[in-house]
Ligand binder design. Sequence first.
Ligand code: M6R
Length: 617
Amino acid sequence: MCGIVGYVGQRPAVDVLVRGLRRLEYRGYDSAGVAYFRGAAIEIQKSEGKLENVETLLSKLPAISDARCGIGHTRWATHGKPTTQNAHPHRTGHVVLVHNGIIENYQEIKQDLVKRGHRPVSETDSELFGFLVLEKMDAGRSLAVAVSESFREVTGACSVVVMSEKEPGTVIGVRNGSPLVAAVDPKGGVILASDAQPLLEYTRDVVFLEHGDMVVGDSRGIRFLSLQTGEPIQRATSTLDWSPAALDKQGYDHYMLKEIHEQPAAMVDTLNGLLDRASAESFPLAGQPAVELLKNAKRITIVACGTAWHASLMGKYWLEKWGQIPVSVELASEYRYRDPVVDAGTLVIGVSQSGETADTLAVIQELRKKGIPTLAVTNTRGSTLSREAQATVFTNAGPEIGVAATKTFSVQMLTLLCFAAFLGKQRGKTAEMDQIFAQLIRIPHLLGDYLDEKGTLRKAVRETARKLLLLKGFFFIGRGYCFPLALEAALKLKEIAYVHAEGYAAGELKHGPIAMIDQDIAVIVLAPNDAWREKTFSNLEEVKARGAQVLGVGNPSDESLQRVSHFWIPLPETGLHESLLPFVVTPVIQLLSYEIAVLKGTDIDKPRNLAKSVTVE
Ligand code: M6R
């Protein structure tokens, strides 16, 4: 979830860059840097850690306020540790760049570059792109041509902003997947960024680049070119009508929608807090109070309510698969009034966004008194749960205002996944866990692109919501990892749209609920490409045969699923391990409830009868 800013114009460039990066901090990052022209030479200041470190470096330099052109970056490490060396901007000869996204064929590119005598100094995929541009410029190409030709050699969704000492005062940006927004500075100049926030300080008229667009900013102003042909293209300006109140919501109509979109950043921040990102080890859980408790546990009981209970159910799948530990997941309101068999070998984990949910809290308080090991997973520092449990692991989703839990669901799942992977490594599954880790840290990038406001997901969901709106009931079905998601989907829909919805393990339908299926019922089939897909597909045919209106949610290349479904929402083509697919199915189910609620005109952020924090039993 890197952040990018680029500027050329009349203002002090470094100031514009740093202010812009501040506005992108919400995306989550672990290093930062800026590069700017001083005369015809480019200087770079970068550091691991927070933006303040870069500001400290800058404060010691003379006359940087003269700089009028530069680029800046906040990096969240995917390829290589979060060190100063790996921080952006990267210099390759006279070429300096920042990059957001992933170059998938970086290993092949690196091998070729090394064969041609180049010596990358960082561990990043990003730096390699600079070598490609450098070679082409040294062969006589302009910066713009060199950048577009270099893109023909890379695969993967990414955006870059590039400068060269051979063309002082020019900033070139490309969107080839990851979002990029451009605007004309009314004071004279051009500003680019990975989202609109840094631009809003200067103008509300912005251009959202399309995939395959190149933008050139220089003393002549702004130009858009096709990456493919190099020909000039026209791009319409959007005027962002953001009131001060909406700015709180960052332009989204509701907090819920904003929070759905914040999931990639919430995941980044949670991973930053949970793992030692500088460690070469995957899932080290460095310094986490959970470590000893997890290591000593013979079995785990998770207690939670509502959405947190669904995240915990998902956690059970991972903990059992990788951690090879028996797990039971309990509704706190039921568990507290039972006579459960629990001993000191059982680790009891309370999962709660607010950390104040009365039932969850009561279980933890009671069991701790009895000497049972207790661990809290919560998003709220200082919460009662975090004080009552023996140890606490915090999720870092930031404040969640919408009553419907969205981003906290994702980070609760993520945290339990990290526990499971940590235990997996303890039990010798190192290679498998390393592989999962390498994929996991790509998810925020993938999700960011999938959720991109101008992308196809939102449109597809909105259109489908319109068609399903008048049906009398909704069944979400799934197997394996998609069973907890089906439960969560139904809860979301009931909660904010006030319509009847059920979540079922798809194999359970024929044990009763299938009697309800007719042409007035929507069945939403969650069937990504995983081990359960074939079985779920058969269940789809059963409900279709009984007249249900079927919405398929599956892999984009799953033609048979698409063919038999009346409505279809494709997941992104990610190549992710099946156990990580819940993170990409989640936004679909959240957005579907959201769009249905919008059409119904309910009070989405404050649904009737509900409170964000349920402090009574
Ligand atoms: O704060 P908690 O995570 O303990 O809250 C638990 C439930 O009340 C909560 O998840 C509720 O179900 C949400 N409003 C669902 O969106």
